[in-house]
Design a protein around this ligand. Structure first.
Ligand code: TA6
Length: 303
């Protein structure tokens, strides 16, 4: 998206820069937090509260090109998750993350910067996969970069017939070493193991989630979960509302090596902890109705 598409006044703490490959990037810095968001996909690519190291992970090998998914950050998965409920959909995770999202507003209130972006079905015409899910919709994405990162995705059915969608905030969290990470908060909940050749029956999570190989799990729980990053010396807590699922993912060695947009050894320094509504928890929306899924990210050093 070129600069001409920004028609709102930006606070002094927010600048629009032409990022790599001409992608428009909003960059913010206040005494409270720093952050970045690509207008393509309304894709958060950085956030750190004052005094903290970067919390959001981005691959150094990420593609940064029009209508190409970025590796890392907070991809918005809509209107389907993964290959969709019947595994027939492409591109993976839908087309919202490939679209240029118009900026509706930007404000800085006491150092917390809030951006609002909106996307409609008219904005996605011609994108890969747009022909596979053609319902009239309006997405409103509200992002607050502050001592916490708060995001809220509202889906509104602007048509005359109900529709069903899946969604996820596919957040990549920066960690020191995946071998020394555990995720607390999901113990006792059931999950679907989505790793290759995994059983199809639901599995019950016993205690914390730890990582010894490719891990790709859809939990039937939306409890607050915390990434305990021993190497990084901190806890990142993710709380959500309006989501039925939590997705946990690390590609590990082999899968990461097969992806051109993963740099060498980068799989060690990230974990995905995602608020989602997928599979049986896909959302049915009546005409005129709306649904909001939100997530809040906080950092502390209680590990
Ligand atoms: O959320 C986990 C997952 O569905 C994995 O199966 C893997 O495909 C990951 O998302 C990344 O998807 P992407 O299309 O961004 O490469």
């Amino acid at each position: 998206m070129t600069e001409k598409s920004i028609i709102v006044d930006l606070p002094d703490s927010v600048e629009l820069v032409d990022g790599p490959s001409g992608l428009s990037l909003l960059r913010l810095s206040t005494p409270v937090a720093t952050g970045e968001l690509y207008l393509q996909g309304a894709h958060i690519s950085a956030w750190a509260p004052a005094g903290e190291a970067e919390v959001i992970w981005m691959s150094k090998a990420s593609m940064l090109a029009p209508a190409q998914p970025l590796r890392g950050g907070v991809p918005i998965c809509f209107p389907w998750f993964g290959p969709g409920r019947d595994s027939s959909m492409s591109p993976v995770h839908g087309y919202a993350r490939l679209a240029d999202w118009p900026l509706a507003s930007a404000e800085d209130v006491d150092g917390t910067v809030t951006l609002v972006l909106r996307l409609t079905d008219a904005d996605v015409a011609g994108l890969p996969g747009a022909e596979k899910w053609q319902h009239p919709f309006e997405l409103t994405y509200r992002v607050s970069f502050g001592l916490e990162l708060a995001v809220a995705l509202t889906v509104r059915n602007t048509g005359t017939e109900e529709f069903v969608f899946e969604e996820a905030l596919h957040t990549y969290i920066a960690i020191g070493d995946i071998h020394r990470v555990r995720i607390e908060g999901l113990g006792g909940s059931q999950y679907l193991d989505r790793a290759p050749d995994a059983p199809t029956e639901r599995v019950t999570q016993i205690g914390s989630v730890t990582f010894t190989g490719e891990t790709d799990r859809l939990y039937y729980s939306a409890s607050p979960a915390s990434v305990i990053d021993i190497a990084g010396g901190r806890r990142i807590t993710v709380a959500s509302d309006g989501s039925a699922n939590t997705v946990v993912w690390n590609p590990w060695i082999t899968k990461a090596a097969a992806m051109a947009d993963y740099g060498a050894e980068e799989w060690r320094e990230m974990v995905c902890l995602e608020a989602a509504n997928a599979l049986e928890s896909a959302v049915t929306l009546n005409p005129g109705a709306e649904h909001t899924m939100s997530a809040q990210y906080a950092v502390d050093h209680s590990i």
